[in-house]
Design a protein around this ligand. Sequence first.
Ligand code: 13P
Length: 252
Amino acid sequence: MRRPVITGNWKMFKTRAAAREFFDALLPAIAGVDHCDIVVAPPFTALDAAVEAARGSRVAVAAQDLHWESEGAFTGEVSAPMLADAGCAYSIVGHSERRQLFGETDETVRRKIRALMDAGLSAIACVGETLEERESGEAEATVRGQLAGGLAELTGSGLSHIIVAYEPVWAIGTGRTATPDVAAAMHGVIRDAVAGRFGSAEAEALRILYGGSVKPGNIAELMAQPDIDGALVGGASLDAASFESIVRYPAP
Ligand code: 13P
């Protein structure tokens, strides 16, 4: 049985004070929740405040990105050992906003995943096609290519430190969620690709999240799909009450 994971990606939102307010509201509200793992990814500047606020709770803290070197003359960058030191358990890698706006490639994803493994952290590795790729029938090939490139160095045991997030670019921030069937079909493709590379037992154990306009109103139907193991939530994770209702998807 794969344990579900609900992850909030705050992107470039929230100060330290706003992060504390969020946890002050969320933690009492989810005190009895134990059906899923919960991860929140604040911006770098609020990691410390989030780790402090979440201490002793069931919420883990993730970074949104990292550099693949552990230290060096890389102005503006943050490394995996620094994220571990800050109290992070995960980092997102390969988010489509990083791919589209900041030059992230499958090769940098590969290096970042290796850096996370070396530092004892886990990766939330994002894949997903653009609208043009979907409309030209390239969605599956795109996602298979991103997986092959990003996971190129991983071994089967490393896979237990990976969560894959399928985020179709056309569904991010658009209010246009993939239907549960469309999302589930691509989750099946991802599991098949992972089975081909690592073996079917490893693929069965891999957690695959869906991301793209996940809201309190659509989480239940997405989570009802057997191949969808959780969500990577952007806008709807910024408000504690909305994130709480997503976390509580089976029992509103
Ligand atoms: P939205 O939920 O705002 O569409 O963002 C999805 C996303 O990019 C999460 O990483």
